[in-house]
Structures are given as C-alpha cells and as structure tokens.
Design a protein. Structure first.
Length: 131
C-alpha cells in the first residue's frame, strides 16, 4: 500500500526548513531554506532545494549547474513576481521554465509556494500553492 507523503515548510524563529513526512511518521528534517534575490535568471545554489525568493523581478530562467534530471526545487515568494514561461534562449548553465497547461503567466504573491522539476532541458512547474 502507498503512504501519503507530505512536505511541510516550517520556521524555527531563525530559519525556514523542510520536514518530510510519510503517513504519521516524520522522515526527518531537510536542508534549511536559502534566501535569494529574484532575477530574470534565478541563481540557485546546490546547498538546498528550498528557496525564499525576495524581490519583484520576474523569473524566466533557473540555474541548472549541478542539478540532475528529476531534481525538484521549491520556491516561496517573499515578494510578488511572475514566472515567465518558455522565454528566449537562456544563458549557459540556465534553463527555461515550462508552465505547462497554465495559459497565463502566474504571479506569485508573498507567501505563495511553487515546486518545479528539472527534466534535463527545462524546469517544469509541478504545483503552486497560494498563501
């Protein structure tokens, strides 16, 4: 039988971090969230997969250096900005964002969370959750 998996983002008074649960069991806490500035080319690091993004610059590309196919990242918006789908060709080490079935460019408001998966070519939007 399959167990329900839940990703919870918590704040401990100092930093944000993730907790992954399966059913009622906590599998453990993950890496802390890293705060980065919004930019057309979002410069994520390899130290975590959880990012607090601050600023109002729309994001069209996300860094891929060191990320493998199937890598999932989570973005929590501190400020409001748009995700731009399938823009012009990105610079080296970056990939476009594919919003899939979403026709309009989604605006992430403060507190919103989205998840994206890297397929080796683009970052595909998995989900968005409004604050």
């Amino acid at each position: 039988s399959s167990s329900k998996k839940t990703l919870i983002i918590k704040y401990n008074g100092t930093s944000w971090y993730e907790v992954l649960t399966v059913g009622d069991s906590i599998l453990g806490t993950g890496l802390p969230m890293e705060t980065i500035n919004s930019a057309e080319s979002l410069d994520i690091t390899l130290t975590t997969n959880m990012f607090l993004v601050d600023g109002t610059t729309d994001v069209a590309y996300i860094k891929t250096t060191g990320r493998t196919v199937g890598a999932i990242i989570y973005i929590k918006a501190i400020s409001s900005f748009d995700l731009i789908s399938l823009g012009a060709s990105p610079g080296a080490g970056y990939a476009k964002i594919n919003l899939g079935y979403i026709a309009a460019t989604p605006d992430l408001e403060a507190g919103d969370i989205c998840s994206l998966i890297y397929d080796g070519t683009v970052w595909n939007l998995l989900s968005t959750t409004a604050a």
